[in-house]
Design a protein around this ligand. Structure first.
Ligand code: SAM
Length: 214
């Protein structure tokens, strides 16, 4: 998702109290609960887009601290604007490329990672850029608590098949795996739809999901 250039989005992001300043990110490992001023678990969404999913999750689960990560300030701006209208104490944002994620969170500091409708990068030579790739799984392994998990949803079957094939070589196991999430009433309990999930399920696309642990 890349929105047309929005004038001043970088400046708004730089000044927003909901966005952790880029220049302080490398000092943050081990300090995330301190930022929220509590001992609640940290859950993150990587590639959160406009933040619809994370805003709803933070509202539904006040005992969890949520951090949304988004590469583009024009997109992140929408999440910031939503927080200005409906402020939540347990939600903060980072503008960065997730390739640097292991430099921003400490070892075991994150209890859960959400990947929702990640960009497919269909060319083989770009496979390393896919957020559920083995290269990213190594980064997630560093920051995720021992009993932590990753939850991934997508309607893109080719990307999902790739993500499932990456698990064994990277040392991860699927606890949950479905090719039609919305047809499973048990898995749908508490499901919060992302912006892309709403759009693609309305078009009739089945939604794939896995939950993985080491
Ligand atoms: N998660 C949202 C949803 O389900 O509605 C947005 C999905 S959108 C297809 C993917 C988002 O991930 C885009 O906003 C894109 O900018 C972001 N993204 C892709 N690669 C990223 C990376 N390496 N680091 C941070 N964000 C990334």
């Amino acid at each position: 998702m890349r929105l047309r250039n929005v004038t001043g989005s970088r400046e708004v992001i730089a000044e927003s109290r909901f966005v952790v300043p880029e220049e302080t990110l490398k000092e943050m490992p081990g300090k995330w609960q301190g930022l929220f001023g509590n001992q609640h678990p940290i859950h993150i969404e990587i590639g959160m887009g406009k933040g619809q999913f994370l805003h709803a999750m933070a509202k539904n689960h006040p005992g969890i601290n949520y951090v949304g990560i988004e590469k583009y300030s024009t997109v992140l701006l929408r999440a910031v604007q939503k927080m200005e209208q409906d402020e939540l104490p347990n939600l903060r944002f980072i503008r960065m490329d997730a390739e640097e994620i292991a430099e921003v969170f400490g070892a075991g500091e994150v209890a859960r990672i959400y990947l929702n409708f990640s960009d497919p990068w269909p060319k083989d030579r770009h496979a390393k850029r896919r957020l559920p790739s083995r290269e990213f799984l190594v980064r997630y392994d560093r920051i995720l608590a021992e009993d932590g998990r990753i939850e991934f949803k997508t309607d893109n079957r080719a990307l999902f098949d790739f993500a499932v094939e990456e698990l064994e070589p990277a040392g991860w196991k699927a606890k949950v795996l479905t090719y039609d999430l919305h047809a499973d009433p048990v898995l749908m309990e508490g499901n919060v739809m992302t912006e892309y999930e709403e759009k693609f399920s309305a078009m009739g696309n089945p939604i794939c999901k896995y939950v993985i642990t080491r």
